[in-house]
Design a protein around this ligand. Structure first.
Ligand SMILES: [Zn+2]
Length: 273
């Protein structure tokens, strides 16, 4: 990681903090101030207490799992893709050329992101609690936010393009949408995360236009009935991206940027009743 990237990361964290406390109070004070509305009053208290995500329930999905490679029978079983076709339960994921595995990266970023979101007041649930199990299958991951009554889900991955010159992050949403949550709300969440990652100093994908990918084949997104996006945080085969992913500081910067993007998306929304 370059020192300029580190500096931009620090600036982004500072901006996120100032933004959270500075912009959110007037934004939330305007629309609903009915004192009989408990959830609104709770949100107001949350903002005053500096915990702007209080009341939000956020599902994280660290992609793949550390035990997947040792259990091909389990992860190769076919499950629904959520659109009438079948696909494998789960996959092994990619790795950097030095052998740092995607499942480990995804899980570490999710752990750091969990801590950051909880600091902001959110309740966080995760599709997996460790990095040495198998699965869960992608259909289970896709249903997870609804099953756990979460307000949104962010699935955390890294990409493994064969062309090692391909670099940068991109965000995937389900398309065409087959539920209300897969349309505008998920697209807005994707845009806020793209802005936050770019603002955190990360390079938008050199292979995906505007760092936004619309796909119909991902069960993790197809099954979602809450706003959901899948992040490909960088290219593990690209030396520059890999160097950032392999450091704790780099992973913390990813987590901070994702937290800022989630915070931004919640600004003019309320958690579900
Ligand atoms: Zn992945």
């Amino acid at each position: 990681m370059s020192s300029s990237r580190a500096l931009r990361g620090i600036v982004a964290i500072a901006c996120a903090g100032a933004f959270g406390l500075g912009l959110t109070v007037p934004a939330a004070a305007a629309p609903t101030t009915d004192p009989s509305d408990d959830s609104s009053a709770e949100l107001q208290r949350a903002l005053r207490s500096g915990r702007p995500l209080l009341g939000w329930r956020i599902a994280l999905d660290p992609g793949h799992n550390g035990g997947n490679a040792d259990d091909p029978a389990a992860i190769n079983q076919l499950v629904s893709d959520g659109r009438g076709d079948l696909k494998p339960c789960n996959t092994v994921g990619t790795s950097t050329t030095s052998g740092y595995a995607e499942h480990e990266f995804n899980f570490d970023v999710a752990q750091r992101l969990t801590a950051q979101l909880e600091r902001l007041g959110a309740t966080v649930v995760s599709t997996r609690e460790d990095d040495d199990g198998v699965g869960p299958c992608v259909d289970v991951r896709g249903r997870f936010a609804e099953d756990t009554d979460a307000d949104l889900m962010v699935s955390i991955h890294a990409n493994g393009s064969v062309d090692t010159s391909t670099e940068g992050f991109f965000v995937i949403v389900a398309d065409p949408a087959i539920s209300d949550s897969q349309g505008a709300p998920s697209l807005a969440l994707a845009e806020d995360l793209i802005d936050a990652l770019a603002g955190g100093g990360f390079t938008p994908s050199t292979a995906v236009d505007d760092a936004l990918s619309m796909r119909s084949d991902l069960a993790t997104l197809n099954f979602a009935r809450r706003p959901a996006v899948l992040l490909e945080l960088g290219e593990m085969r690209n030396p520059g991206d890999a160097a950032v992913m392999e450091t704790a500081e780099g992973r913390q910067e990813y987590a901070d940027a994702i937290a800022a993007g989630i915070l931004e998306w919640t600004q003019d929304r309320k958690p579900q009743e």
